[in-house]
Write a protein that binds this ligand. Structure first.
Ligand code: SAM
Ligand code: SF4
Length: 434
């Protein structure tokens, strides 16, 4: 059977897709690049905002029509599957099976049951060993960086967030397992890993997250370690020290702030004030100048006043984030923030988002301009010779780099090369191969 997995959402979903792909390949299924060529289509879904959910339902609509034309099995997994469970069959009766986020290893059984003619097959059980997925099964996408799970789930309870529902509470992978996986990846040629969890810095798999970073950095042959995502309240002095003083830890920190107003942060149940967030950044000391800082913002949270929003704009400028992701608040089913009055008109929310993003673009351009003329190591992310003569690469600070090396020249995929930065735009750096 030929299968295709379509993934939406975050790195955890990307990595789940790699695990699911491995499970099907082990069973002798063949991966294909497009849904049109597949006999089994698996939708690996995201439900963090309403827009992500719309995309899934629109793809399901398309697949319903396709199913009328030819034999096709449709499965739904990921956060929407865990959130909606059997309700998905009501809304889209052509779905053959629903697989929860904590039941990945049940996929072959569900497919076999559906193949045997059983309808509306489902497993959304909370298997407590889901995070102990065998790395030998994972079938990685062809990327320069390898994703590695260290924790699953989240023990925070931000009032807007669906993740604790869709991913359950925290489970940590023992550090020995993490190290064994990283060593195996380096043997297979990877030079960069990204440690994954909804909240990596609450890691408790036999050591702290700071310890884990140090241990992983001792793996010979590994060049860069990244991690995502961190919660400000679990960001310790020790972690800050390791981040700024361990050469293999890439100089990049994503620390979601969400809002610059204490009143809004309280209503979000973020567990910190703006002052405490800034204090955490202060832990980085002088090392902070070497790091690129990134964050997330939610704009238009219920009850956000002009004053609250101006406070966010003020912190944005004060910290001068190198980059940020910003979203309009999206009400999610079953979350506590649904009980808050949300009467701010959408055009006001959109206007605020636009202002924030415009300002961020200026800050990002300024951050990029600081790289002009510098020689920096970047990892090549494009395969093979390139007729246009430029390659995509990534700096340690997670900047996208368009690297010129001359037409027809082949650069070593996945390797670090030295580049001299010649151009800074708000969205990328242009550079020449040194
Ligand atoms: N665990 C991480 C954290 O605490 O920041 C990431 C969670 S989520 C996958 C990534 C971002 O989506 C959040 O930081 C938040 O800014 C945004 N987000 C989550 N729920 C949202 C909602 N209901 N509406 C709009 N944005 C949301
Ligand atoms: Fe969601 Fe908050 Fe947990 Fe992040 S820390 S996943 S925003 S509940």
């Amino acid at each position: 059977m030929k299968f295709h997995i379509q993934t939406w959402g975050c790195q955890m979903n990307d990595h789940d897709g790699e695990k699911l792909s491995g499970l099907l390949s082990t069973e002798g299924f063949e991966a294909v690049d497009s849904a049109e060529d597949a006999e089994l289509v698996l939708l690996n879904t995201c439900s963090i905002r309403e827009k992500a959910v719309h995309k899934v339902y629109s793809e399901l609509g398309r697949l319903r029509e396709e199913k009328q034309r030819r034999p096709l099995m449709v499965g739904v997994t990921g956060c929407l599957a865990q959130q909606e469970q059997a309700a998905l069959f009501k809304r889209a009766p052509h779905i053959d099976f629903v697989l929860g986020t904590m039941a990945l290893r049940q996929l072959p059984r569900l497919v076999a049951e559906a193949q045997a003619g059983k309808s509306q097959v489902m497993d959304t059980g909370e298997y407590l060993d889901n995070h102990l997925f065998p790395p030998s099964v994972t079938r990685r996408r062809d990327t320069a960086k390898a994703l590695v799970t260290i924790t699953e789930g989240c023990n925070h309870a931000c009032t807007y967030c669906i993740v604790p529902t869709t991913r359950g509470s925290e489970r940590h992978r023992p550090y020995e397992d993490v190290l064994a996986e990283v060593r195996g990846l380096v043997e297979r040629g990877y030079r960069e890993v990204e440690l994954l969890g909804q909240n990596v810095n609450s890691y408790a798999g036999g050591c702290t997250f700071a310890d884990l970073l140090e241990r992983v950095s001792e793996v010979e042959g590994l060049e860069w370690i990244r991690f995502t995502t961190s919660h400000p309240m679990n960001f310790t002095k020790e972690l800050a020290r390791v981040l700024v003083s361990t050469p293999k830890v890439a100089p990049f920190l994503h620390l979601p702030l969400q809002s610059g107003s204490d009143r809004v942060l309280r209503r979000m149940l973020r567990e910190y004030t703006v002052g405490e967030y800034l204090e955490r950044l202060g832990y980085l000391g002088e090392g902070r100048a070497k790091l690129a800082l990134s964050t997330d913002f939610i704009v238009g949270f219920p009850g956000e006043t002009d004053e609250d929003f101006e406070a966010t704009m003020k912190v944005l400028d004060e910290v001068a984030f190198d980059s940020s992701f910003s979203f309009i608040y999206s009400p999610r089913p079953g979350t506590a923030s649904l009980r808050l009055k949300d009467d701010l008109p959408m055009d006001v929310k959109s206007e605020r988002l636009k202002r924030l993003q415009q300002r961020q673009n200026e800050l990002t351009r300024a951050s990029n301009e600081r790289f002009l003329g510098r020689e920096i190591p970047v990892r090549v992310e494009t395969h093979g010779p390139n007729e246009h003569g430029w390659w995509l690469a990534r700096s340690g600070e997670w900047k996208t780099v368009h690297l010129a090396a001359g037409p027809g020249r082949e650069l070593p995929f996945g390797e670090l090369v030295q580049a001299r930065v010649t151009l800074a735009s708000p969205h990328f750096l242009g550079a020449e191969l040194v």
